[in-house]
Every structure is written in C-alpha cells, then in structure tokens.
Design a protein around this ligand. Structure first.
Ligand SMILES: NC(=O)c1ccc[n+]([C@@H]2O[C@H](COP(=O)([O-])OP(=O)(O)OC[C@H]3O[C@@H](n4cnc5c(N)ncnc54)[C@H](OP(=O)(O)O)[C@@H]3O)[C@@H](O)[C@H]2O)c1
Length: 266
C-alpha cells in the first residue's frame, strides 16, 4: 500500500480514507464501490452506522485483494468483556471478513477497560489486525493507556481546522498512537467551504477549500477519512498530493483553531 502511515504494531494504514457515516444502507454499496474505483483503500464504518454489510459487499464485489483494502469498524454500546466478544464476532460476520483491519471503541462509555481487554484478546487470536479507540480525549486516553497491555494504534477524534486537538496530539505522539481525524471537513460547519483563508490559499494552488483543509491535516500526518456521496467530490478529496502548504500557510491555518467541538459530542 502506498501513501501510508505505520501503526505501532507495524501494520500500514492509508493516510486518506473514505468514511461512510450517515450514508443510508441503500446507498452504501454504490458509494463504497465508487470510492474503491476512484482509489480509496481505507473504508471507515461502524456498527451504529447500520451499513457494515454493504461495505463488506462492495469490497467483495470490487475484486480487490483482501490486503489491498483496509477496513475499520467501531464497537457500539458494549458493556463488558463477554458482550464485546459477541459484538466482534457479529461485525466479522456482517462484514463477511475473517479479520478486521482496525477495530475501535466508538466512545469512552461503559466499562471500556474490560471492552478493550476483550479487543486485546481478539487481536491476539488474529481476528483483528489492529485495535484502537475513538473519541478518547486526554483523560480517558490516559486512563486506558495506564491500564492496558496493548497501546491503542489509533485514536479517531473530531479534528479539522476549527478543532485541531493540539494537546491531545502531543499526548498521542508521546504514546505512539496515530491521530485520525473524523469530520476532517468539519462536515461543512462554521462556513468551512466558504472560509476566506482556505479560499485564498486554494486560489494560489488552483485547489478547493476542501482540498486545502484536508491538506492541512495530511501534512501533519493526521489520517483523514472524508465522506461524500458524490463521485466528483470523492475524487477531489483524494487529489491533495500535488501541492504543499508553506510553513506560513500552515501557521495561518493553525490560527483558525477554536479549540472546541462543533458537534458537542466529545
Ligand atoms: N468516530 C466518530 O465518532 C465519528 C464521528 C463522525 C464521523 N466519523 C467518521 O468520519 C467520517 C467523515 O466525517 P463526516 O462524514 O462527519 O464529515 P466530513 O467528511 O467532514 O464532511 C462530510 C460532508 O461534507 C460534504 N462534502 C464532502 N466533500 C466535499 C467537497 N469536496 N466539497 C463540498 N462538500 C463536500 C459531504 O456532502 P456529500 O456527501 O453530499 O458530498 C458531507 O455533507 C465519517 O463518514 C465517519 O466515517 C467518525
């Protein structure tokens, strides 16, 4: 796989992926098929998105080899060890895979130390190629890493120009955990697609606001998983390799950080 980041266990994860949150299950197979066709090699789903089955189907129909596509899913609503074991087996069945490339705890709720322990055992049993968390901010991340045996490979958190997660990012770097961004386009909130600084920088390179906002994260080795149901936007969001933001432009974009959530979840 090209253009990847190496996780703490040596597994490679593509730096740009495709997210399927809020894509209705009736649309998911078409969208994932198009995403794979235009070149995405990381698909990010979750149990609670209700479209794992369609992700698995699109992958199977693509004819791509299993090791060419990195599939992430996330556990939802787990309570403890035993139901996590069942939940992992259920995702494997629904996705129709022998092994999930990356399994995340979707949110730091329930007895997440026990949930994570079950994930560690499933990893050792070969059902998961890597394990990690999502929405674990500093306190929960510290509590987990003080009590686990396998350091999370990834923490997937809200990250975009308006919420840059600078403190968490430092902690993740210290622990060797890869920072992955959800909603890298801020899901269009706060006037993202009309932002004057993104527009100005984009005009210089002949790039869109979306491409500049994604490039800003990509250049910091933050793994991104933008979602679009439109094939031309899927292509646009992948096409961020042919230009490089200068240090001054990075600084200008760093100043847009509001250091708070635009979603109010975590
Ligand atoms: N772990 C978590 O708790 C969590 C939470 C949220 C998201 N996620 C993951 O992160 C992925 C991405 O986040 P997200 O879907 O919330 O938001 P996002 O990728 O930041 O933005 C998606 C929105 O932007 C639009 N869009 C995409 N590309 C565009 C472009 N080039 N120009 C103009 N509009 C564009 C899409 O519309 P169209 O579809 O109409 O093109 C959609 O409305 C999700 O799909 C999911 O896999 C994880």
């Amino acid at each position: 796989m090209e253009n990847t980041v190496i996780l703490n266990n040596g597994v490679q994860i593509p730096k740009i992926g495709y997210g399927v949150y809020q894509i209705p299950s009736s649309e998911t197979e078409r969208c994932v098929t198009e995403a794979l066709n235009v070149g995405y090699r990381l698909i990010d789903t979750a149990q609670c998105y209700g479209n794992e089955r369609q992700v698995g189907k699109a992958f199977k129909k693509s004819g791509l080899a299993r090791d060419e596509v990195f599939i992430t899913t996330k556990l939802w609503g787990g309570r403890g060890y035993a139901d996590t074991v069942r939940s992992i087996d259920s995702s494997l069945k629904v996705l129709d895979l022998d092994c999930i490339d990356l399994l995340l705890i979707h949110e730091p709720t329930g007895d997440y130390l026990e949930i994570y322990r079950a994930m560690e055992d499933a990893y050792k049993a070969g059902k998961l190629r890597s394990i990690g968390v999502a929405n674990f901010l500093e306190d929960n991340f510290k509590r987990l890493t003080a009590n686990c045996t396998i350091i999370p490979a990834v923490d997937q958190v809200e990250t975009h120009i308006f919420r840059q997660q600078k403190n968490l990012r430092k902690l993740l770097r210290e622990k060797g955990t890869v920072h992955q961004s959800w909603s890298p386009l801020a899901c269009g909130r706060n006037g993202f697609f009309r932002n004057p600084i993104l527009t100005k920088i984009g005009a210089k390179y002949g790039k869109t606001t979306a491409q500049v906002g994604l490039r800003f994260l990509y250049q910091q080795d933050i793994v991104i998983i933008p979602k679009s149901t439109h094939i031309e936007r899927m292509r646009e969001n992948l096409d961020i390799l042919g230009f490089e933001l200068t240090p001054d432009e990075m600084t200008e974009l760093q100043a847009l950080d509001m250091n708070r959530s635009l979603f109010g979840w975590w």
